[in-house]
Design a protein around this ligand. Structure first.
Ligand SMILES: Cc1cc2nc3c(=O)[nH]c(=O)nc-3n(C[C@H](O)[C@H](O)[C@H](O)COP(=O)(O)O)c2cc1C
Length: 443
């Protein structure tokens, strides 16, 4: 008897249009795509035709913390505000999931609950919340603070923040709005819950003045990889972006998160792990490698050095560039990106300059090859317990995205590991996730 093979889930990681710093200089690139809605609409519709699970909109609350000499090289310096963009895209797509990034360190749970509930209603149940704790220390300067909260404290606040937001989404039972014109009663007060939350970091009365989201709760997404980040993911997330450099690390991360879920009493199938994968498609392996090295050569050295400084949370501009990286102590910035950078430098025996050039482009997991070799790698990750799919990063736009949807997706479909048509309407349905019950009302 033939059984259906495990299915891949695919997100498109848009930051704001490509993660690679050299992308905007690539021949044929849409240099104005950050603020050209028609372009973004075209890309979203191409992803929807290819049956992608979701469009993931990354977001930052300050320009990258690098000197202006480096910043001037980067097209990622500016982008649309995610909710505004995704609300507009919701009107030009019908199935594609729409995931917005929002910060638990600098935003308020009432605002976040409200915006995501609105996006979920507007899009017919396609919203997802990428919970970030914001590691860029400069964000504090845009919110009247002189310094950012300490790393683990950011995560403690995030945990409480999540409870408040989900509590606010459950303010109304699904049947609370009776709208009985005869009796003149719009809603049933017995089907309304007032949260009255008072905790260590937050104080929120409620209720939220928006009906319960179509999906019950928008899908919860998370990307932290430190000890505190993994624990938050195991307790709360339904999708995790991870950034493992190798298949071995991918398997270890996958096993770790799923076993933490069992410890906290969650079903491991209710969380999908989608590593970020930078995918470069060529008709031959040589052509794909050529595209990547062309792209990497378009990253200016100033920008490369600044990217390494950010990854390490430490200014490396004064270092001896042609020597290996010296010992770097941990800082308050992202812990996992520091460890990844140090590990890459040691594994490949790179000088500071070489390591910077890699990080300035994209240094994480990359599949560079033909549609067949890329599908082989994706299938290997899927079938050997290293991932449930990928959050695909395109090398440049529109070409890198179109090559993926026109060449790799059909190959995945031919192998029976990716859908040919959407089966459901909501993001939860695409991901095979249950609709959460209301914690305050049965049924
Ligand atoms: C694929 C991926 C996408 C991310 N997108 C964002 C983002 O849009 N905004 C943001 O502030 N942080 C983003 N992050 C950073 C994470 O939220 C987190 O801060 C980082 O992975 C470090 O985690 P740690 O502090 O637990 O080590 C992303 C991380 C990954 C791996």
């Amino acid at each position: 008897m033939s059984s259906t093979p495990k299915q891949l889930h695919l997100g498109a990681f848009m930051r704001p249009v490509s993660i690679h710093t050299g992308a905007w200089r690539y021949p044929g690139a849409w240099r104005d795509a950050n603020f050209n809605f028609e372009r973004l609409k075209t890309l979203a519709q191409a992803l929807e035709r290819a049956c992608f699970d979701a469009f993931f909109m990354a977001d930052h609350l300050a320009v990258l913390n690098m000197p202006i000499e480096s910043l001037q090289r980067s097209h990622t310096v500016s982008s649309f505000e995610p909710f505004t963009l995704l609300s507009a895209l919701a009107q030009h797509t019908t199935r594609l999931g729409l995931v917005a990034t929002a910060s638990t360190t600098f935003d308020e749970p009432f605002h976040i609950a409200r915006r995501f509930a609105s996006l979920d209603h507007l899009s017919g149940g396609r919203a997802g919340w990428n919970i970030v704790t914001t590691s860029n220390p400069d964000a504090a300067l845009n919110f009247g603070r002189s310094e950012s909260m300490e790393h683990d404290e950011r995560y403690a606040r995030a945990r409480e923040f999540y409870s408040v937001v989900t509590g606010l989404w459950d303010s109304w039972a699904d049947d609370a709005f009776v709208r009985d014109a005869e009796s003149g009663r719009f809603f049933d007060p017995a089907r309304l819950h007032v949260l009255n939350h008072r905790g260590k970091y937050l104080s929120v009365r409620g209720p939220l003045h928006i009906a319960r989201p179509v999906q019950g709760w928008p899908v919860i997404v998370q990307a932290g990889a430190s000890e505190a980040g993994r624990q938050l993911a195991a307790e709360t997330a339904e999708v995790v972006f991870s950034a493992p450099g190798t298949l071995e690390n991918g398997r270890r991360f996958y096993t770790d998160i799923k076993s933490r879920m069992r410890v906290v009493g969650r079903n491991p199938d209710h969380l999908k792990i989608l590593p970020g994968a930078f995918v470069v498609v060529g008709d031959t392996l040589e052509q794909a490698r050529g595209i990547r090295s062309r792209l990497d050569s378009l990253v200016h050295e100033d920008s490369a050095i600044a990217s390494l400084s950010i990854a390490l949370g430490h200014d490396v501009s004064g270092f001896e560039l042609d020597q290996p990286l010296p010992e770097i102590p941990p800082t308050n910035a992202s812990q996992s990106s520091r460890e990844r950078a140090i590990e890459l430098g040691q594994r490949e025996n790179l000088t500071v300059r070489q390591l910077a050039q890699r990080l300035g482009g994209y240094s994480g997991l990359a599949f560079v090859g033909t549609p067949e070799s890329i599908a082989d790698e994706m299938q290997l990750w899927l079938e050997t317990g290293a991932s449930d799919g990928f959050n695909v990063m395109f090398p440049w736009l529109p070409g890198g995205l179109l090559d993926f949807v026109n060449k790799v997706v059909p190959e995945l479909q031919r192998r029976g590991i990716f859908r040919r048509a959407y089966q459901g309407n909501t993001l939860r349905e695409h991901l095979g996730l249950p609709r959460p019950g209301n914690q305050f009302f049965a049924g």
